[in-house]
Ligand binder design. Structure first.
Ligand SMILES: NC(=O)C1=CN([C@@H]2O[C@H](COP(=O)(O)OP(=O)(O)OC[C@H]3O[C@@H](n4cnc5c(N)ncnc54)[C@H](OP(=O)(O)O)[C@@H]3O)[C@@H](O)[C@H]2O)C=CC1
Ligand SMILES: O=C/C=C/c1ccc(O)c(O)c1
Length: 363
């Protein structure tokens, strides 16, 4: 990273087009504002959203784009009005880095639902610059969107909690689904799904994994502690499990039918959509009417819930299952993630990859 006094030149790994292939890219960070925290990135998890964005699955991608929103780093500088952090703190940054602070969601402390939210990458900051994410040597972030990583949580372990862990914790809390004894389903056992199993088990739920294949059965039951495992193409097993679940966390990142999963829900059961899918999903109305079932969605969680989920994981001794890789492996990691070949989250060791200065200096 360049001098702390002026704008800092950093190196990130950026997608340049919808191939989603990342290469080193130099750019400058904004000067440290009064409420800004400069974070030297230590680790950054790889979420399936990074694929959606890098490959322009939603049609709104801007390039060059440095993805990465499960960021753990060390504070190296703070602005004069920063009260919560000081140099040396280990902190986290997630999916959003700005909001309007005036609308109903902002005032209700669910700023992730602000319509003026600023995404940590593939967005434009208040100064007109593109935002760039955590596959980079450093980020500058407003203190409101920074959380302290609690003692007792290794930084690489904390990374997946900032998106995957939060994304399952928030709806379980919001929809009143934290009581012990509930029967939950996790559809899609990937980065978000494996945290779903772990968080729900820690809440005392009976957890059924619903997967596209039998490949993960042993690990789901033995390593993650799931209570049951359904292969979605096994019609007899799916029928036998009908009307049994209070909720399903649906993490599938591609178009899929909803009716087989609605059929698994009990009276008043909830299908909670997490996957970012750019095609209409469909179901016939009796599937929800005859059982007063709900189809809903949820988007990450609030900053307050981010702190909560980190502490929840420390209290419960809950860890994520990760594969730590260096930055020069990031394209292979993205390819493996896309072909469903990771258990269960890649985390890039950014600080250990010595990425600064890899590209030519910016013109
Ligand atoms: N709502 C929100 O706030 C958030 C949304 N997301 C979104 O959630 C989705 C899941 O993210 P993440 O857990 O990181 O993704 P992963 O790729 O890690 O996991 C997705 C899982 O879905 C299952 N799956 C079924 N069909 C497919 C397919 N064709 N291709 C790939 N996976 C398939 C697989 O599980 P199995 O082998 O068991 O079938 C896979 O492991 C993404 O769309 C992501 O953008 C992510 C974070 C926050
Ligand atoms: O990883 C978190 C992002 C989730 C997300 C939800 C909705 C949407 O339109 C996105 O682009 C991303």
């Amino acid at each position: 990273m360049g001098s702390l006094a002026a704008e800092k030149t950093v190196t990130g790994w950026a997608a340049r087009d919808a191939s989603g292939h990342l290469t080193p890219y130099n750019y400058t960070l904004r000067k440290t504002g009064p409420e800004d925290v400069v974070v030297k990135v230590l680790y950054c998890g790889i979420c399936h959203t990074d694929i959606h964005q890098a490959k322009n699955h939603l049609g709104a991608s801007k390039y060059p784009m440095v993805p990465g929103h499960e960021v753990v780093g060390e504070v190296v500088e703070v602005g004069p009005e920063v009260t919560k952090y000081s140099a040396g703190d280990v902190v986290g940054v997630g999916v959003i880095v700005g909001c309007c602070r005036e609308c109903h969601p902002c005032k209700a402390n669910v700023e992730q639902y602000c319509n003026k939210r600023i995404w940590s990458y593939n967005d434009v900051y208040t100064d007109g610059r593109p935002t760039q994410g955590g596959f980079a040597s450093a980020m500058v972030v407003d203190q409101k969107f920074v959380v302290k990583i609690p003692a007792g949580l290794a930084p690489e372990q904390a990374a997946p909690l900032l998106c995957a862990g939060l994304t399952v914790y928030s709806p379980l809390k919001h929809f009143g689904l934290m009581s012990p004894g509930l029967r939950g389903g996790v559809l899609g056992l990937g980065g978000v799904g494996h945290m779903g199993v772990k968080v729900a088990k820690s809440m005392g739920h009976h957890v059924t994994v619903i997967s596209s294949s039998a490949r993960k059965r042993g690990e789901a039951m033995d390593d993650l502690g799931a209570d049951a495992y359904l292969v979605s193409s096994d019609a007899a097993a799916m029928a036998a499990a009908g009307d049994s679940l209070d909720y399903i966390i649906d993490t599938v990142p591609v178009h899929h039918p909803l009716e087989p999963y609605l059929a698994l829900l009990k009276l008043d059961g909830k299908l909670i959509l997490m996957g970012v899918i750019n095609q209409p999903l469909s179901f016939i109305s009796p599937m929800v009417m005859l059982g007063r079932k709900a189809i809903t969605g949820s988007f990450i969680g609030s900053m307050a819930e981010t702190e909560e989920v980190l502490n929840f994981c420390v209290d419960k001794g809950l860890t994520s299952q990760i594969e730590v890789v260096k930055m020069d492996y990031v394209n292979q990691a993205l390819e493996r993630l896309e072909r469903n070949d990771v258990r269960y989250r890649f985390v890039v060791d950014v600080a250990g990859s010595n990425i600064d200065g890899a590209d030519a200096p910016p013109a």
